[in-house]
Design a protein around this ligand. Structure first.
Ligand code: UT7
Length: 328
């Protein structure tokens, strides 16, 4: 007897943002009290960011992840107890351990799913999707909850205007279920550890102390150049795997790092700017949460329609990058 092939399909999306919204003007006024100069104009012109959501003290990654998960579960029309795999992509976990995924599992009231965190910084959600897809294709899971969630505001040096204006907090989630129809059509994951220094938070907890540098550090221009270079190639690779071309893409959802990177990418690939989902203006860069947040926004506002082709792309620290091509 031959088994029917198993694919994985997104059956629900959800997202969550902290209540507190900090505009560029709010941020500039706050930084000015410490003698650091920035402006709404500089931030918009260089990045496209208008505002970000910042989690209040006491709100952690697991709280945002749980809220996003609850919405995805409701949208998929399943029960939390149906989930047999939980992956949380995050670089800002609540604790060193247990994993944020275990905290989410407990908050959801699920007692049977395998649960673990995955760390690939801003590529984390794409890495987690490919991992969950592989579990489903190998028939080791049938109903996965895949989350990208971050409180990057906690690892920012608020005295470094080159980085602190760029990031925000949030979470996005999807339910990925076994299906006779794809679903995920093609995927590719990549890393180049030689470039670890261009984007890093190189601190560690050791002997009861934080050693090294606990803040995010970035060579912005190096990251910018690298992101543009690798995203185009990664997109073309996954399209070729699926015997598709750029013209088949209905929606391009790259990691929301900088609107200049997104526009440059769309132009280089010959994709009309209207097919680009941009949430960076209101969320800023939420690292692993940015792609599922944008996916949820464009699904709920009716832009993404059943049967359409969507390309998700992550890129960030490590250096890591990857793409997932899917039919929704
Ligand atoms: O998740 C992936 C993570 N990150 C990214 O994808 C980021 C990729 N890189 C970028 O988005 C851009 O490189 C940045 C937005 C970070 C910076 O833009 P840029 O056009 O590369 O600016 P720059 O770093 O060359 O800085 C230009 C000037 C500098 O002043 P001088 O040396 O020309 O006098 C900076 O000191 O802008 C200054 N500057 C600022 N001025 C006002 C840097 N940050 C600020 C600021 N406000 N917040």
């Amino acid at each position: 007897m031959t088994l029917a092939p198993t694919f994985s399909r997104i059956t629900g999306t959800g997202s969550a943002l902290p209540e507190r919204v900090v505009s560029n003007d709010d941020l500039a006024a706050d930084l000015a009290t410490r003698g650091i100069e920035t402006s709404h104009q500089w931030i918009v012109e260089r990045t496209g960011i208008l505002q970000r959501h910042i989690a209040e003290t006491g709100i952690n990654t697991s709280d945002l992840a749980t809220q996003a998960a609850q919405k995805a579960i409701e949208k998929a029309g399943i029960q939390a107890s149906d989930i047999d795999l939980i992956i949380v992509a995050t670089s800002t976990p609540d604790y060193i351990f247990p994993s944020t995924a275990c905290l989410v599992q407990a908050s959801l009231g699920n007692q049977t799913a395998a649960a673990f965190d995955l760390q690939a910084v801003c590529s984390g959600f794409v890495y987690a999707m490919v991992t969950a897809d592989s579990f489903i294709k190998a028939q080791r899971a049938r109903c996965a909850l895949v989350i990208g969630a971050e409180v990057f505001s906690r690892i920012l040096d608020w005295n470094d205007r080159g980085t602190c204006v760029l990031f925000g907090d949030g979470a996005g989630a999807v339910i990925l279920q076994a299906s006779a129809e794809p679903g995920i059509l093609a995927a590719g994951l990549h890393a180049d550890g030689r470039q670890q220094h261009i984007l890093c938070t190189a601190g560690q907890v050791s002997h009861g102390q934080v050693t090294g540098d606990p803040f995010l550090r970035m060579d912005g221009q190096a990251v910018f150049k690298q992101a543009v270079k690798v995203l185009e190639k990664s997109a073309l690779d996954v399209l070729a795997q699926a015997n598709m071309t750029v013209n088949d893409i209905d929606w391009l959802i790259p990691h929301q790092a900088n609107v200049r990177i997104l526009n440059f990418l769309a132009k280089k690939m010959g994709i009309h700017p209207d097919k680009l989902v941009v949430t960076l203006d209101s969320h800023a860069n939420t690292s692993a949460a940015s792609v599922p947040l944008a996916l949820d926004v464009a699904s709920r506002d009716g832009r993404i329609q059943p049967g359409q082709i969507v390309l998700l792309q992550g890129v960030g620290g490590g250096f890591t990058w990857g793409s997932v091509l899917l039919k929704v």
